[in-house]
Design a protein around this ligand. Sequence first.
Ligand SMILES: [Fe+2]
Length: 345
Amino acid sequence: MLFRQLFDQTSGTYTYLLASRRGGEALIIDPVLEKVDRYLQLIRELDLKLVKAMDTHLHADHITGLGALRDRTQCITVMGEQSGVDVVSMRVSEGDRLEVEGVALDVLYTPGHTDDSYSFLLPDRVFTGDTLLIRGTGRTDFQNGNPRAQYDSIFGKLLKLPDETLIFPAHDYKGDTVSTIGEEKAFNPRLQVQSVDEYADLMNNLKLPNPKMMDVAVPANMHIGLAQDEVARRGWAVTPEVALALLDRADVVLVDLRERREREKHGSIPGSLHAPYRDLREHVCKGGMLHEIATTTGKRVVFYCAYGERSAMAVQAAQAAGITSACHIQGGLDAWKKAQGPLSP
Ligand SMILES: [Fe+2]
């Protein structure tokens, strides 16, 4: 496996780049905006294709690189389903698997530092965000933090992993880079408590100042901006209500860009074609399946995904490839459901 731990000195943030091989697909965890050029340079040098960028939670101490990476690589942006952040194009929850070629992360919901905190697990290592730090734990006094939830996340989930599991946190301020579950169990001062009450007392009395960047970073991270806005301006978007009228029309092909797991979990629009976003380029280029459908049958290609972000990027790629009828359902399946659109299981 290709594994890189990158560091942002200003915020003390660790960012992780993972791929199974040189030349393959990559994912990045907790990217920092100011470091995006550095990540992209490394991705080029290692001949990787960035396909997913995810944040473990809504950060209060730095501006996320998710939006910039989306704009520059058309990657899928991922966060937990509790997150209210607008840039997200795929949301995950406990028990999901997050995959790129040759790498599969198990998704653990580990709230407490924030209510949208997740950890991501590989067989030998876990990315703990700010839930479990090296000899510390993430503060629980803002952003819907909750020390009792954090206790459950740490003692009920993370510390149940094998002792030799490596811990890679989202931050460190002392220069430590990695720990293990066994080491933290034994030496993390916050974990030497006898009960959830004792842990809550400890966390409620830390009296920490707010992070310097908090008033800037939190609102900025909530609204990174949508790929959808530009597409709507160009007239390449339809509302779910308009899309409802396109159902069953012979001159329309609805294309679901989500992954198989998302379709199984949330259902799909009846009669829609499945063409995952990762294969989009080959489908829309000349000779590709969607290009052929559009040019030989004259059907209008209507993309959709979970929230409309992937489909907005797909419309732009399809239009650039000459599929001039391409549009997408604004707001994705989420908006479709709210408009009472029918679903196939
Ligand atoms: Fe945090």
